[in-house]
Design a protein around this ligand. Structure first.
Ligand code: SF4
Length: 170
């Protein structure tokens, strides 16, 4: 089990990515939460249920996607991962991308955006599909942001409908 950064001290389980590459699409969140830490599987808590619901209603089959996070271990009290932790864990994300060669990478939230694209352009890029250095990126909110915000949930639905069209599912 990885002990490269200090998050190993507080995790219950490391949470590797999960899913398949059938659709050649990968979704990337920020970090595991409490449920994910307990079960060792990404996006199985409240945010995961929102994501499942949005995928279902937009015609995307979760089992055909690969879903992962920027860091694979839960930060204490769900705080944002520190830069040093993001850098330490980047080798795993790089490997996931190298092996799966996703046609499109969905960046869910600012941490995923700033880690893979860099800069502060999340708000102006949200809802778009960008082509950068030969890789397509789909930019959207992190589903956790929709837990208490119906407007964000609706925006997620609109964004994922766009992704479904891009994947040829609509
Ligand atoms: S967060 Fe990543 S680098 Fe840090 S201990 Fe977990 S798997 Fe290793």
């Amino acid at each position: 089990m990885c002990r490269t950064c200090s998050l190993f001290n507080t995790r219950t389980n490391a949470v590797p990515g999960d899913g398949s590459s059938v659709l050649k699409a990968m979704l990337v969140g920020e970090a595991p939460g409490r449920s994910e830490d307990q079960l060792g599987t990404p996006f199985v808590g409240k945010a995961g249920k929102i994501l499942d619901n949005i995928l279902r209603t937009t015609g995307i089959n979760r089992s055909q996607l690969y879903i992962t996070n920027i860091v694979k271990c839960r930060p204490p009290h769900n705080r944002k991962p520190k830069s040093i932790e993001v850098m330490a864990c980047r080798m795993y994300l790089n490997r996931e991308i190298a092996v799966l060669k996703p046609r499109i990478i969905g960046l869910m939230g600012r941490t995923a955006y700033s880690t893979l694209i860099g800069g502060n352009g999340f708000s102006s890029s949200r809802g778009q599909i960008l082509e950068i250095n030969g890789q397509s990126y789909f930019i959207t909110f992190h589903p956790a942001a929709a837990i208490y915000n119906k407007t964000i949930k609706e925006s997620l639905r609109i964004d994922f409908t766009k992704l479904a069209f891009e994947l040829g599912l609509k």
